[in-house]
Write a protein that binds this ligand. Sequence first.
Ligand SMILES: Cc1cc2nc3c(=O)[nH]c(=O)nc-3n(C[C@H](O)[C@H](O)[C@H](O)COP(=O)(O)OP(=O)(O)OC[C@H]3O[C@@H](n4cnc5c(N)ncnc54)[C@H](O)[C@@H]3O)c2cc1C
Length: 427
Amino acid sequence: MLADEFGRSFYGANTVVVAPIYPAGEQPISGVDASMLADKCRSYGHKDVHVAGELDSLAEELADQVSSGDLVITLGAGSVWRVGEALLHRLRGHASDTRRAPPEPIEAPAVGRSGATSAADLVADLEGEAKVDHPMTRCTSFRLGGPAEVVFIPSSEAAAAEAIARAISEGVTVTAIGGGTNLLVADRGVGGIVLSPGPAFGEIRFENDGRVLCGAAAPLAKVMRQAIARGWVGMETLAGIPGSIGGAAVMNAGTRDGEIGELIVAVRGVDRTGRLIEVAGKDLNFAYRSSQISKLGLTLLEIELTLEQGDAVAASRRAYEIRHYRNRTQPHKVRSAGSVFKNPPGESAGRLLDRSGLKGVNVGGARVSEVHANFLTAEKGCSASEIAGLIERCRQAVWDQHQIGLELEIQPLGFDPGELPPAWSGG
Ligand SMILES: Cc1cc2nc3c(=O)[nH]c(=O)nc-3n(C[C@H](O)[C@H](O)[C@H](O)COP(=O)(O)OP(=O)(O)OC[C@H]3O[C@@H](n4cnc5c(N)ncnc54)[C@H](O)[C@@H]3O)c2cc1C
């Protein structure tokens, strides 16, 4: 009876997160657990009910989900109130995030790779938001680089397609970005249109057959969490990778245990002619940190995954363990863009950099992390050219000592082709 009452008690909440049940001295009641209570809520029609993996990681998970103005209530007889305290602590920490602070001074005007019509004019009347001369420090985890000529956040597929079609006909560059967690933006900024699929492309829809339809801007971590909460497993190996699902698809983001490309059935987006098209996952040639998506010039708007039903509690625990392992072995709470170099076949870029004595080496405010040598961190006052200088210094040292040429994993943006060392990929 209590379970039924529980199931009916949360109509007023937009989202319900059911934490694990821990017995307090009494014997556990067989069949009564968090999943059963969540199912009860769903059976009474609640649309957004999740089962949390571990109480310890709940604040971390909530911090990624809540937005300004949300009201979060913790209810329970045990220590769940601590989650509220931990969440406040985290959010206060996030509030000092410079991405939300006033823009840093802009040193140089954005270079134009735009044609006669300005990039801003091209999108001015389209459905969405256009941010002219927008600091890319706010759009990237490195928090580096100059401004974008215009960042366009379309609010419909039609607006995204029209922006791209107009840009093509005017010879204006369009660059799609996601969470900016794999980008190095040049100090002079980025010309043309930087297209950022925003909240209009953040929806995640779960079908009964295991297909998941994700807007390109949906955070990868959120897709994974919501999938596990519904009993769909397969994404746990991606735990702890920041950024959007769109960016993850382009990069074929992953770890040694799995990559997102293995789960992608199809992608939908706008091609180089401004047409909305769909491409099957099998035609995207997913390989280690690469896919055909950039080569096809596709701006992704939707990604379709396929997942399997499985043990949600085990999946949640695995995700938690992976995140904790990463926190121990990689620098976090610093400005970085993840691994800078791809691992050469059969080798680890981090190990090669470490063996070359590069940990702690710096160029200005750019420094090789002491925790993991394949992470470069940006300290206060660091510029993109200092990161670029350090990248070259690292590549040269590894070449001199091991005769191995490291290939770049992070994506340079806004650099002129002549400025990039020949071995740098992307851009
Ligand atoms: C601390 C840290 C840890 C990381 N760990 C990992 C890891 O373990 N494994 C891993 O693979 N990566 C890792 N990364 C790198 C990065 O998080 C991933 O590559 C991520 O998937 C990039 O997603 P994003 O949304 O931030 O993409 P962005 O950085 O914004 O873009 C990446 C590329 O995708 C393109 N792109 C983005 N969105 C679209 C779109 N909608 N349409 C077309 N093109 C688009 C961009 O032009 C760019 O070329 C890490 C990064 C950080 C900061």
